[in-house]
Design a binder for this molecule. Sequence first.
Ligand code: ADP
Ligand code: ZN
Length: 863
Amino acid sequence: MFAEVALPLNVSQTFTYLLPGDMAVAASCGSRVIVPFGKKLLTGFVVGLHEDIDDELRDSIKEVEELIDETPVIHADILELTRWMADYYYAPWGECLRAALPSGALVATEKLISITEAGRAAILPTLVTGHRTAKDAALELIAKAGTINSRELEEQAAKTGTKPASVSALIRRLERAGYVRITQRVGESRLRPRLQNVVRLLAATGAASEPLIPDRDLNIDARAMEPATDAGLADDTRARKRRGAKTRQANGSKPLTEQQQRIVDHLGLRGQPVPLSELLEAAGTSVSAVRTLEKRGILEVFAREVRRDPLGHLEMPPEPRLINLTPDQQQPLDLIVNKIDQHHYSTFLLHGVTGSGKTEIYIRAMAEALRQGRSALMLIPEISLTPVFSRRLRSHFGSQLAILHSNLSEGERVDEWRRIKGGHARVVIGTRSAVFAPLQDLGLVVVDEEHDTSYKQDDSPRYNGRDTAVMRASNAGAVVVLGSATPSLESFHNAHTGKYTYLKLESRYGSRGLANVEAVDMREVFRRHGKQQIFSDELKEAIKAAHARKEQVMILLNRRGFSSFLICRSCGLAIKCQNCDVTLTFHKYNLSLQCHYCNYIRPVPKTCPACDGKYVHYVGEGTEQIEAMLREMFPTMHIARLDRDTTRRRGSFEHILMEFAAGAIDLLVGTQMIAKGHDFHNVTLVGVISVDAGLSMPDFRSAERTFQLLTQVAGRAGRGDRAGKVIIQTYHPEHYAVVCARAQDYEGFYQREINFRRMMNYPPFSALVNILVHDKEVIKAHGAAERLANELRQAVQDAGLRVLGPAPAPLSRLRNEYRFQVLIKAHNRRSAREALDIAMDRTLQAGFSPYSISIEVDPINLM
Ligand code: ADP
Ligand code: ZN
């Protein structure tokens, strides 16, 4: 039997291995295996099994080292989905599979170093001469230890003051010289539950061998007790390992010591198994007392699974509020439920402003899928999973709900994953990678805030969670609901063409109106003051007034500090590329403006090319700077900042938001993070420092992003009973993104934007593939990019296919590497793919490294 194995490496092919002995019978598609690859052992995934292979392969074939799972960890449907992903996104299949599992799924292997005869012999002379190099010292340490891993070797060398500059380089040298042997040891699979020692009483003191407490009492915490075997993991079946059963004897005649009595009393009092650590603490005794009682058959210590619950720290939610949907809400729900009943794939676009009741509809539709004995998946953007939201869902679905997001600990994630795989949790809510949740019999997939860019993964595999979710639903015959207040242009276009069914929620629930949105013309403010202002008088006054009324304020910066483009203070114009209609990026090193799509280049102009104005300036202040200015202007306000820098620590995001919700913070300043999905009733003012940075991003989606952001923001103010106000500062008040957002006019925006896309041939009218080439040497990076671009141009003669570049990437140098990009713009996805296949083959054959080329299909921003 031979296994086709996908490895989590940057290679497009799979590899064939021989399955020796029993493995041939036990292995199945979707199992993990450990295989030798080069000098390493790697965890791979069996994606195919064959009885036979070509003769020429036979001689060189290697054997699978270890079969980790007898029951596959990946179901056939996810195998299929990842195969599609690998193909569509031009990503290695093994990496897609890795992304589909909790991070502990790749079994770590460890290098073990041991000394050889030659190595031993090599030590001798130094003992004689007394001259010790780092090499000699290392050999001595290895000889003394027998076997040692490189980390231990490094530690010991450090202790003895003989640490070489690079331990791994030294080890490689020693191995080449034949002085040491390197073998690998396979670590443990980390897809296991956590086990905890628990103690229970077996017999009344001084008597009987009959257990006092029947076995079912093991199940006190039913959620914690879902047996591991249900998750279908052969290696994880040792959940209830009992100890001490054999040595148990009714040796009850001897009286108990005071300590022992306390233990027995405590257990009796609790009437159920007690975790060992808790027992020791409560009874104030040592382990040995427990062990003695165990030997005497009075109690038993055994291991029990403990669930690591991501919501464990939250109090259990109250019963869900019973809500009657309005007819406006009921109608879309009925349409969705009707499709779920039919077991057919179908996609809905649910368009409704924040607060219109989309989540109420999702919850009911998910409940309906459950009622039919099927499962439901809901994807949300990274930022919207607040404790409030989690509780709302848990109050509806209880222990049926599993949560998967990137802030979980590894253990929590493994446990949630196992509960899903075992069928105990049939509703999953999570961020991007939850699209791979091992749910069976999927009935419904919801993607909330479907326009959100966090659905796109930035590193390999570069997939879009929303689009992958639609694919998964389509394979499974499930219904998809894409929800948003500001649908992506692509999805709205699909609704227009009839590919998706369009559902609209016209208004907010109840009578709460939308905020009043004002635009402050910063050109006017500039004229008034004769110099650039970051805060307009209008915004300052409004903050003061809100504070005086004891109401809260949010101040939003469009992006984190970004200052690499030019804008004219008089006409508000950002300087654009003549070919691409995107903003040119300022490059300091040669004082030029460059287009990152087509490589058009021009010197920095002295005056504005449009209005001849003299005040051309660079744009961009960071959140930190804004926060400092606010503190200075409003010393009596409690001000906090929320951006990627302040929320790196786990929980800090929730913490800041909770403080804000509790009123401990008067003013919150931040990036678009603060614009999303949170409901603060006392916020009556939202200020947007400047939308111009966003409008001028060198990206054809800049208007769409700005419109979405402003619309979201407008939904943030005045959600309580007081009217809200939004102030947008801009040099560009007449831009359609600003005008339409102020009027909450999605249709109007769509019409303008879709015309621009059609005219310029951008998505949804074309498919884009962005190829990033990076290298420490600028010549190499540029050379590879140029080679690839040329190969692409030659590969397919298709009039609808254009290859742009190479041009410097917007981040033209990152981590010491030069970056260039090549953009494919195609009418036809297939021809783009064909061209890419051919060109990549040729480029790699010419000796360029696959590791310096990253391919992104359907890039979300071209940054
Ligand atoms: P969205 O997801 O569109 O932002 P939600 O479903 O969260 O909207 O609804 C916003 C708020 O209005 C929630 O507190 C929700 O419970 C409430 N709500 C929505 N529809 C109704 C209704 N028909 N009756 C009572 N409350 C409702
Ligand atoms: Zn250009």
